[in-house]
Design a protein around this ligand. Sequence first.
Ligand SMILES: Cc1ncc(C[n+]2csc(CCOP(=O)(O)OP(=O)(O)O)c2C)c(N)n1
Length: 311
Amino acid sequence: MVAVGITEIENIKKRIRVCDYLVVAQLFLQNNFLLKRPLRFDDIKPRLLGHWGTCHGINVVYANLKTFFQDDPNFSFILGPGHGFPALQANLFIDGDLEKINPRATRDKGGLEYICKNFSWPDGFPSHASPSTPGVITEGGELGYALANAYGLCLGHSEKTIAVLIGDGELETATAIGSLNLQNLLSGSKNGKVLPILHLNGYKISAPSIYARKSERELNEMLRGFGFAPIWINNEDPEEFQKALEKEIDSPFYIYKNQKGYGGPNQYHHSHQIPLKKPKTDETELKTLEEWLKSYNFQELFDEERGFGRD
Ligand SMILES: Cc1ncc(C[n+]2csc(CCOP(=O)(O)OP(=O)(O)O)c2C)c(N)n1
């Protein structure tokens, strides 16, 4: 919980690149996970399932919170958009949290291949966050109750701080919007602190979200009406994210504004699930996927001998 320097900012950027790469590899690849040779059609999974659009944003939030709160035992993170499971999985994998409950998820080349190949795979990992994921107690896929869970977890635990990521589509659900009232009911010295983060990426599946169509002023007024102090994070720069977290302010409500699917071949609603339709049969799409994977320069970040976390 201290101001971070240039090295930490660079490390956050690297961590996001690593996790973004791991997400794309989970979604598409059944082989050639480190791009040792040009991609071929048979490297691509036969059935492409999962959600890319929300994943980069989750990786940004996770990396920033991890750096800011470090290993504070009283800090927890709740992920609303459980459909962004590959991003959660990537983070749990590189930190070794997954390996603790699944010895095959070693933080090396073998573990990397294992998690990528087995994402959304028969008898492998699910496509959404689920209780088989370390730290997850509810099945992902039903949006709306993340915020209420965060307040529940803080109840009677003044020592706790809970950050909760809420999708802008998710905030349209009755459960989530109703839960905003909990700030008035439950903020107080006996309870912990909830840090809601709205993932304002503009879209929910194929349509713009209502909140993305509101002006900044309208959204601020709405949140102030619920008792929050809105804090905007307007770009991908970790420095801005860290500065927002450093602000000593009562009842903060962070609005992280980004482009859905940032970094991928399509943005906005075209990126919600799998942003390439037929990379298994179409040369141009296969090339696009290869370029997308290469854009993260993963080889520079992953040492095959040492794996992750062994420096
Ligand atoms: C209660 C509920 N209604 C509908 C859905 C179907 N659904 C899955 S993802 C999604 C869009 C979510 O949008 P948002 O929360 O903004 O997440 P993101 O755009 O980051 O994927 C919807 C409506 C659901 N999972 N749960």
